[in-house]
Ligand binder design. Structure first.
Ligand SMILES: *Cc1c(COP(=O)(O)O)cnc(C)c1O
Length: 367
C-alpha cells in the first residue's frame, strides 16, 4: 500500500485477507487463556497478557501508518513510562520537553529521579543543548498544549552524534500528520486516546520502532508489567482508525478557520496554530508535517472569561483530552498545569466549519 493515499491506507490497515463469509474487521477475541495443543504446547496464542489477535491486528495497522513495529499499551502514559523504564538505567540522563505533556515531567521528577535518572528540560522550540552524556531525548512535536514544533531531523542528527536515542511523542500529529521514524527518530510513543482513535471513548497508547533490540525490550517490559489494552478497546480503536483521514481533514479545516477568526480579534491573544503563516512554528511545521492538527491554543485573559465563553457557546464542550469528533475546550490551568489562567486549548471537532465559526464568534462576543 506504499503508493496509496492516506484514506486508502487507513481503511485497509491491519485487515486480514478477504475470506468469504468473514467480516472485514474480525470482532474482539476475549480470552485470558486459550486452548493449548496438549502435545506441542503454546503457539501464537497462549495467554492473554502477551498474546491477543485483536491487539496484534491493531498493532499491525498502526505499524503500517508509523512505518515500524508497534506494541500497544493500555494508555499513552503506560507506553511512555514503558519506554522510559525499559531504556533508562540509574546514572542516565533523559532530555524531556519543558513544555510537553505535564504528567511525563511529573514522572521524571518523581519515579525517575528516585531511580537515579537525571532529567534536563528543553523547550520544544529550542535552543537545544549539547546531548553529550544524554541517553534518551524525548521530543514532543507539536508540543501539547503550547503547539511549538521542533525539527525532528536536525535534533535526531545531533542526538545520534552524541550517542543518544531519540523518541518522539506523536500524539498531537498522529502518523498521518508526521512519521518521526522516517525523520530519523529511533522510537515513537503516543497516546491513541486523542485524535488517532478520535471518538472520546477509548484510552490507548503505543510504542513504535524499527529497531529489533528496542522492540524486544519494550515487548518484555509489557509482558512483565502487564499494561496491555483489552481486546474490546483494541477493536474499537482499529474500527476508528478507518476514518482517521476523514476526521483529520475536517478537524484541520476547522482549525484553519478558527485560527483565522481568533487571530483577527483584539479580545483574544496568543493564538497558536502551526498552520498559520504568521505562527512561530509555521516554517518547521510546513517542511516537516504532512498535515497540521486540529488544535488551536489561545488566551482569553482570565479564568472567568473562559467560563463565560464556554457557557455562551452551544457547540464547544468543556472537556480535557483532544482530537475527538466534538469540539472541546480545556482551560489547562485548572489541572495544575503551568499555563496562564486564561489559556485555552481548543480541539476542533468535525462539525460543519460555518457552524463552528459562527458559534465561536457569538460566544466570544457574549463573553
Ligand atoms: C494525552 C497525552 C499523553 C498521555 O496519554 P493517555 O492516553 O492519557 O495516558 C501523552 N502525551 C501527550 C502529548 C498527550 O497529549
Amino acid at each position: 500500500m506504499g503508493d496509496k493515499g492516506d484514506g486508502t491506507l487507513v481503511v485497509h490497515a491491519g485487515l486480514p485477507e478477504p475470506v468469504p463469509g468473514e467480516p472485514f474487521l474480525p470482532g474482539p477475541v476475549f480470552a485470558a487463556p486459550y486452548h493449548l495443543d496438549p502435545v506441542n504446547g503454546p503457539g501464537e496464542n497462549g495467554y492473554g497478557r502477551p498474546d491477543n489477535p485483536t491487539r496484534r491486528a491493531l498493532e499491525a495497522a498502526i505499524g503500517e501508518l508509523e512505518g515500524g513495529q508497534v506494541r500497544a499499551f493500555a494508555t499513552g502514559q503506560a507506553a511512555i513510562t514503558a519506554l522510559l523504564l525499559s531504556v533508562l538505567r540509574s546514572g542516565d540522563t533523559v532530555a524531556l520537553p519543558s513544555d510537553g505533556y505535564f504528567t511525563v515531567r511529573a514522572f521524571a521528577e518523581g519515579t525517575l529521579r528516585d531511580l537515579g535518572v537525571s532529567t534536563v528540560l528543553v523547550p520544544t522550540a529550542g535552543p537545544y543543548p549539547s546531548f553529550e552524556g544524554v541517553r534518551l531525548v524525548l521530543l514532543e512535536t507539536p508540543a501539547n498544549p503550547g503547539l511549538d514544533v521542533c525539527d525532528v531531523r536536525a535534533v535526531s542528527a545531533a542526538a545520534h552524534a552524541a550517542g543518544a536515542l531519540v523518541a518522539v511523542d506523536n500524539t498531537t500529529a498522529t502518523p498521518l500528520g508526521q512519521r518521526p521514524l522516517e525523520l530519523g527518530a529511533d522510537l515513537v510513543v503516543a497516546s491513541g486516546t486523542k485524535a488517532l482513535t478520535g471518538h472520546s471513548d477509548v484510552l490507548l497508547g503505543y510504542v513504535a520502532t524499527g529497531d529489533e533490540d528496542l522492540l524486544a525490550r519494550v515487548t518484555t517490559w509489557r509482558a512483565q508489567t502487564g499494561g496491555t489494552p483489552g481486546a474490546f478497546d483494541c477493536w474499537l480503536a482499529h474500527r476508528s482508525l478507518a476514518t482517521l483521514d476523514l476526521r483529520l481533514a475536517r478537524q484541520t479545516a476547522n482549525a484553519a478557520a478558527v485560527a483565522g477568526l481568533l487571530s483577527g480579534r483584539s479580545d483574544v491573544t496568543g493564538v497558536r496554530w502551526p498552520g498559520l503563516s504568521t505562527d512561530p512554528s509555521y516554517e518547521v511545521a510546513a517542511a516537516q508535517m504532512r498535515r497540521i492538527p486540529g488544535i488551536v491554543s489561545f488566551d482569553l485573559g482570565s479564568a472567568e472569561r473562559v467560563a463565560r465563553f464556554l457557557e455562551a457557546s452551544e457547540l464547544v464542550f468543556a472537556a480535557t483530552s483532544f482530537g475527538g469528533l466534538h469540539t472541546t475546550a480545556d482551560r489547562r490551568a485548572q489541572w495544575g498545569d503551568d499555563t496562564a489562567p486564561g489559556f485555552v486549548r481548543l480541539s476542533c471537532g468535525v462539525e460543519d466549519t460555518p457552524d463552528l465559526v459562527a458559534d465561536l464568534s457569538a460566544a466570544l462576543d457574549k463573553s
